[in-house]
Design a protein around this ligand. Structure first.
Ligand SMILES: Nc1ncnc2c1ncn2[C@@H]1O[C@H](COP(=O)(O)OP(=O)(O)OP(=O)(O)O)[C@@H](O)[C@H]1O
Length: 257
């Protein structure tokens, strides 16, 4: 495990030399002008394609705000965000919605599946919203990889939590997005089931070239990532490469929440 000196900029080496999956440039977010410190304070972050990045930090350190700004769910007060080659802040709301639908995947702690749709309909929902048939070969690969082949006609309510989260992961990658944002994806699962979800996210990155940015409080979950950004008071406090659980717990001063 190696750590870099405190700074607000993370640029993970991009061996492909291509356009990063996500780029944030000096992003500041102030929720209530003139009252209190900014939730994000001049954060610059470049996430190349094919990287599994975790974001940790105590409660209130700015993790969710970073995720929301990076995903185009929330607009920064200052600074710029690119998803692939598109600067999202320059888009009108309708175009920004389209970028989110087609080029960003989301996985949440609470799965957020639609109970009245089958597993297959849930997985392909982003394609229907984007009014595109998608790539059938890619969908077959994804369904196979998450191990859901036999569940496609089932309803989410008939599945275990781990199975539902696998559906959510498949839905997040259905459009072959530039980046998948995962917010505490194992928070509602027992450790063993959570571990399988983390393995799945790792496989998507290593075998299928996807990019994952995951917020977590769990050092063991973050240790599955290639790099960990540790947030404190709206800034990147530390960057940990090749993380391990013990080192991450120490980096957080023994407090992970
Ligand atoms: N919608 C909002 N309106 C006002 N302040 C907000 C809002 N969302 C977050 N904040 C504030 O911004 C700061 C960062 O919050 P954020 O939710 O990004 O932290 P976090 O690290 O994700 O916390 P947690 O681990 O508890 O989810 C906090 O001080 C929080 O109170």
């Amino acid at each position: 495990m190696t750590t870099a000196a405190p700074r607000t900029t993370l640029t993970v080496a991009d061996e492909s030399g291509g356009i990063p999956a996500v780029r944030m440039e000096s992003v500041t977010k102030v929720y209530r002008r003139g009252r209190g410190a900014p939730a994000l304070d001049g954060v610059s972050l470049t996430v190349p394609r094919g990287v599994f990045l975790a974001i940790m930090g105590r409660s209130g350190s700015g993790k969710s705000t970073l995720l929301h700004c990076a995903a185009g769910l929330d607009a920064p007060t200052r600074g710029a965000v690119w998803i692939g080659d598109t600067e999202v802040g320059r888009l009108r709301e309708s175009a920004r919605t389209r970028v989110r639908r087609e080029r960003v995947g989301f996985v949440f702690q609470a799965y957020n599946l639609i109970p009245s749709l089958t597993v297959e309909e849930n997985i392909t929902l982003p394609l229907r919203l984007a009014q595109t048939p998608g790539d059938p070969a890619w969908l077959t690969t994804v369904v196979d990889r998450v191990g859901l082949g036999e569940f496609l006609s089932r309803m989410p309510g008939d599945l275990s939590g781990g199975q539902q989260q696998r559906v959510a992961v498949a839905r997040a990658v259905a459009t072959r997005p530039d980046v998948i944002f995962a917010d505490e994806p194992t928070g509602a699962l027992d450790p063993e089931t959570g571990d399988r979800i983390l393995s799945l996210l790792g496989d998507l990155v290593r075998d299928l070239g996807q990019t994952v940015v995951m917020v977590t409080h769990d050092p063991a979950a973050a240790a599955r990532a290639d790099n960990v950004v540790v947030m404190a008071e709206g800034r990147i406090q530390q960057i940990v490469h090749n993380p391990d659980t013990v080192g991450l717990t120490a980096a957080l001063g023994g407090r992970t929440r």
